[in-house]
Design a protein around this ligand. Structure first.
Ligand code: ADP
Length: 617
């Protein structure tokens, strides 16, 4: 059966269906911020206007206040209008103050712009992270198993910053650099067209260089992101396997592997940094050549009395204002290459298909009786490598069905199909007569409690952990569940009882205690169907007896599928399935199978050995 792409997450993800440029993709994420970006644009325009006006004050100071040139008619009229004499000193004071006021206002606008920009940028990153997190959670278990945690974390943490870089530091900066360039250039043309033309002479080599650099750095940026992701993966894998590493004294080996990954990352970023440094210096040379040429030509003009000193200074200031955005465009384009690499990785994460999800009109909020029927089920993780073939059985409400078989027979996979961790590829699983796809996934999972061999303890208090599967459980219900799972006594011995924060004592919980917390969680869920990947398999004798007791109590009156590792559990079962290489090779009661099935007899002998040892102790 194919997965139905029904998740709203995928629909809302701009990556699906978007085959346009990275810019288009990033802009789609920025859409909810359009209003706030417009305000930012207003601030940027005021910034340009203030920057454009300020040099004129300097020109008046140089030419009219200091140079003795008579003020223009309009300027003289303005001074006459306010009753001030247009003398050198008055002009000097007035225009120095005016220039200062414009600079102060300019700085103020820059500050407001930066403040807004950081808020918008961080909000965009936050939203993208939230959407990606939801999407990642919705991905299939198979995808999670196959994806290194470090890679997923890297995409979520570092690569999501790309959206802010592309939209605010990229697109927004580019647009305003272009606007500034046009504004400053038009003023320069009005002041001195020859100088404007000369200033523009560096544009073709600058953009030629930009293209050349882009082609070199683009692939390097992709490599650097991959190297970072690999580095994070190494870190996560090492920390997750720290017991194994320590027990085999393989710290040096892991350090070497980590160092290699760190070297790769450092090398990739050094390559980018070096290319960036060369890029910057060539930019600087081009603008220095342009400015010097202008100073030369303008200086000759001043010497020939074709231009005043004030006009030359004004023109040079505007040349700086033209080169500023030109360099900014070049630098922004360079930085965008890096952000595009991040965007590609985020988009790829959005492309991952979600878990098989609901059929339209799937049933929600039901209470099942627990009649589980598996008919001719087949399943493969990889095409052509079947893991389950033609598996059929029925567990009626309240029955205990034990599944036994050698490792790799497909027992856990079969259990996973019942909770829809994966969807069957042939045949059907029905509960209470309906295919499980008829129920909403969440509704189905609320009706099934899972207790696995290695129980997971989440961060938070004991209470939070117990109510994880039923957030509305009362304190009294939590305590009753803990008592039923033989967990109450050891919980009360903890420093803060049910309010003890487990991260603080998590390492000190024994395997048996963790399992009993997990069983208490299942009691609290009070589901009609129970799936046990027999949780006593990894416990010692003392811990086991309490857990076994709790499990027996838990499985009363519930349909229970147990992947059995203990002969006593198998004997108790109403029905036993013997699995081998993805098929059911025997089924019946203990006595029936013992009499007829060779594999069962062998398995039963193996299962009874640890128990015999346990009893002997
Ligand atoms: P059992 O629980 O009986 O030990 P499993 O159901 O865990 O068996 O595994 C059955 C087969 O499926 C094994 O060959 C195993 O390697 C393979 N398998 C299990 N999980 C995955 C997975 N996520 N991706 C690919 N193959 C898997």
């Amino acid at each position: 059966m194919r997965c139905v792409r029904a998740s709203s997450l995928v629909k809302s993800s701009p990556s699906s269906g978007w085959r346009t440029s990275q810019l288009g993709w990033a802009w789609a994420h920025a859409r909810p911020y359009r209003g706030r970006i417009a305000i930012l644009a207003g601030l940027s325009l005021s910034e340009i206007a203030l920057r454009m006006a300020a040099p004129f004050a300097m020109m008046v100071v140089v030419d009219h206040a200091l140079g003795g040139k008579a003020p223009s008619g309009r300027l003289a009229r303005v001074f006459a209008g306010v009753g001030l004499p247009a003398t050198g000193r008055t002009l000097l004071v007035t225009f120095v103050v005016a220039g200062l006021a414009m600079q102060l206002a300019h700085q103020l606008v820059v500050m407001l712009h930066n403040r807004r920009s950081v808020v918008i940028g961080q909000s965009m990153i936050r939203d993208l992270r939230e959407r990606l997190f939801a999407h990642v959670q919705a991905a299939t278990l198979r995808h999670h198993v196959a994806t290194p945690t470090g890679d997923a974390v890297n995409r979520l943490e570092a690569d999501t910053r790309c959206v802010e870089h592309i939209v605010l530091r990229g697109m927004f900066s580019l647009v305003f650099s272009v606007l500034t360039l046009i504004a400053m250039l038009s003023v320069l043309v009005a002041i001195e067209p020859r100088i404007a033309v000369l200033a523009l002479a560096i544009v073709p080599p600058l953009f030629g260089w930009l293209r050349f650099h882009g082609r070199r750095v683009g692939p390097r940026a992709d490599r650097a992101r991959r190297a970072d992701s690999h580095l994070s993966s190494r870190l996560f894998e090492t920390l997750a396997s720290i017991r194994l590493i320590k027990s085999h004294a393989r710290e040096d080996h892991e350090l070497q592997r980590f160092s290699r990954a760190a070297d790769d990352s450092a090398r990739a970023w050094i390559g980018i940094g070096r290319a960036g440094a060369v890029f910057g210096v060539v930019n600087g040379w081009l603008t220095a050549i342009g400015s010097s040429a202008i100073l030369l030509v303008g200086g000759m003009s001043v010497l020939d009395r074709g231009m005043t000193l004030g006009t030359l200074l004004l023109a040079l200031t505007y040349v700086g204002y033209v080169y500023g955005p030109l360099s900014a465009i070049a630098n922004t384009s360079n930085e965008l290459l890096n952000s595009f690499a991040g965007a590609r990785r985020v988009r790829a994460a959005f492309e991952v298909a979600p878990e098989c999800t609901e059929r339209p009109g799937a049933i929600d909020g039901c209470r099942l009786r627990g009649d589980v029927e598996v008919s001719s089920v087949a399943f493969a993780y990889k095409p052509g490598v079947p893991v389950l073939e033609d598996v059929s059985f029925r567990a009626r409400p309240g029955q205990l069905v034990a599944i036994v078989g050698p490792s790799g027979a497909g027992k856990s996979t079969l259990a996973g199909l019942v909770v829809r961790f994966h969807d069957v590829q042939a045949g059907a699983i029905r509960i209470d007569g309906r295919p499980i796809q008829d129920y909403r996934v969440r509704a189905l999972r609320r009706q099934i409690a899972l207790v696995l061999q290695d129980s997971v303890i989440m961060s938070g208090s004991v209470r939070d952990n117990l109510r994880y599967g039923r957030p509305d459980a009362t304190d009294a219900e939590i305590e009753a569940a803990a008592r039923a799972a033989h967990a109450h006594d050891f919980i009360m011995e903890m420093p803060d009882g049910y309010d003890t924060v487990l991260e603080e004592v998590g390492g000190t919980l024994s395997g048996g205690q963790r399992q009993r917390l997990s069983i208490a969680r299942a009691f609290l869920k009070d589901a009609p169907i129970l799936i046990l990947d027999e949780p006593t398999a990894v416990l010692d004798t003392l811990a086991e007896s309490q857990v076994v007791d709790a499990i027996e109590h838990l499985s009363e009156k519930r349909t229970t599928l147990v992947i059995a590792h203990r002969l006593s559990t198998v004997r108790r079962a109403d029905h036993i399935l013997v699995m081998d290489r993805g098929r059911i090779v025997g089924s019946g009661t203990h006595e029936q199978l013992h009499a007829t099935n060779v594999m069962y007899r062998q398995l039963a002998a193996q299962l009874s050995v640890p128990e015999a040892r346990t009893m002997a102790r």
